[in-house]
Write a protein that binds this ligand. Structure first.
Ligand code: GAL
Length: 368
């Protein structure tokens, strides 16, 4: 009996051990599955403007004030990573379907700014383009400091879309002569060619342009760049290589695009982080004259651009006349939680377009 008991208890011990190890294996598998599950993001198949937009590992995308370029069948999205307070790195994401974005990493870190300005300077509205002549990616950004009087362009160059980009220089591309004395601090601060909200545009002929709010945001400047896209084309001649456009109209957040031979430019008013009505202008030449056509947004909250501010217009690959309006719905108190408003629009046969709100949509909405 004792032996039976012993045997029995032995068997039971054996079973117990097995059951225990089975339980631990199952627990391990469960933990693994759970953590894998947290990493494994559900594939997105639609846009949901204003909702949190997770990247391919489930982290909210950090690419505010950004822009998207396309290379081959891949889209690259650059923008402000605002997850670390008072720092803004330039992040890069990539996608082949526009819904699912993989974080490529920090394309340009604030730490890579020149030492003399590094501590005080942050980066806004970075944009990058590909230069077919040099085979390089060129990034322009608005460099700013407390008080928003630094107002300079930062230029960086990289060999790969995801970077790292190397800083080239910082500058105010145009020093428009208002006749103010050099030592006049206020006029020089505000009118000495200030460089704030910005974008880049590459025309069909390969010429690139920087578009930015200047003159203390009163007037937009459009400046043709040199062959490397790293500085203005020289010699600079107003009306030929650069132009003052939408003069004294106080427009910013420029989002240029081209359809056929016509240039279009969506802008916002200047009310800081708060939304205001968008405007779009058209021109037959990128340097103008630009004719304002009013607010392209229609429907509820159109007068606030659906509570957002333009940042870029993305031509949809392979779909002529189809574009995505990209805007930021800023949350000033929690900037990293600012949301993306992406809305589709088509240019009609008469060359006009409207943008209306959608809670959700997918690329099939471009189908005829
Ligand atoms: C907005 C601008 C943003 C940011 C903000 C700061 O006018 O579009 O990019 O600079 O002001 O208040």
């Amino acid at each position: 009996m004792a032996r039976d008991v012993h045997d029995h208890s032995n068997g039971s011990l054996w079973k117990d051990r097995n059951v225990k190890s089975l339980i631990s294996v199952a627990a391990l598998v469960a933990i693994l599955c759970h953590s894998l599950g947290a990493q494994e993001q559900v594939k997105l198949t639609r846009f949901t403007p204003g909702e949190v937009w997770p990247d391919t590992v489930g982290k909210p995308i950090q690419a505010h004030g950004g822009g998207v370029i396309v290379r081959g069948n891949t889209y690259y999205w650059y923008g402000e990573d605002r997850t670390v307070r008072s720092r803004t790195d330039v992040s890069c994401y990539r996608s082949t379907d526009l819904y699912n974005w993989k974080h490529e990493g920090v394309a340009f870190a604030r730490d890579a700014l020149p030492e003399d300005i590094r501590a005080a300077t942050f980066i806004e509205r970075p944009k990058a383009v590909y230069n077919a002549k040099t085979g390089k990616y060129v990034m322009w950004m608005h460099l700013e400091q407390w008080g928003y009087h630094f107002a300079q362009a930062g230029i960086a160059v990289g060999d790969r879309p995801g970077g790292p980009f190397t800083f080239v220089h910082h500058t105010r591309p145009v020093q428009y002569d208002f006749g103010y004395k050099d030592d006049d601090p206020d006029h020089q601060k505000e009118f000495g060619g200030t460089y704030r909200d910005m974008n880049l545009f590459v025309d069909d002929d390969g010429k690139a342009y920087a578009l930015y709010a200047s003159e203390g945001n009163w007037t937009l400047y459009i400046v043709r760049l040199n062959d490397e896209y790293t500085a203005p084309e020289m010699p600079m001649v107003e009306g030929k290589t650069w132009a003052r456009v939408l003069v004294r109209r106080m427009r910013e957040a420029p989002a240029p695009f081209k359809h056929g031979k016509r240039y279009h430019l969506i802008t916002s008013g200047c009310t800081g982080w708060n939304p205001n009505p968008a405007d779009y202008a058209v021109a037959d030449s990128i340097l103008g004259p630009w004719e304002s056509k009013g607010n392209p947004c229609i429907g509820p909250e159109a007068e606030l651009t659906f509570r957002s501010q333009s940042t870029c217009v993305l031509p949809v690959s392979g779909k002529l006349g189809c574009f995505i309006f990209m805007a930021d719905r800023w949350t000033p108190r929690r900037l990293p939680d600012s949301r993306y408003i992406w809305l589709p629009f088509k240019i009609g046969p008469d060359g006009t377009f409207t943008i209306r709100w959608r809670d959700e949509w997918d690329l099939s909405s471009f189908d005829p």
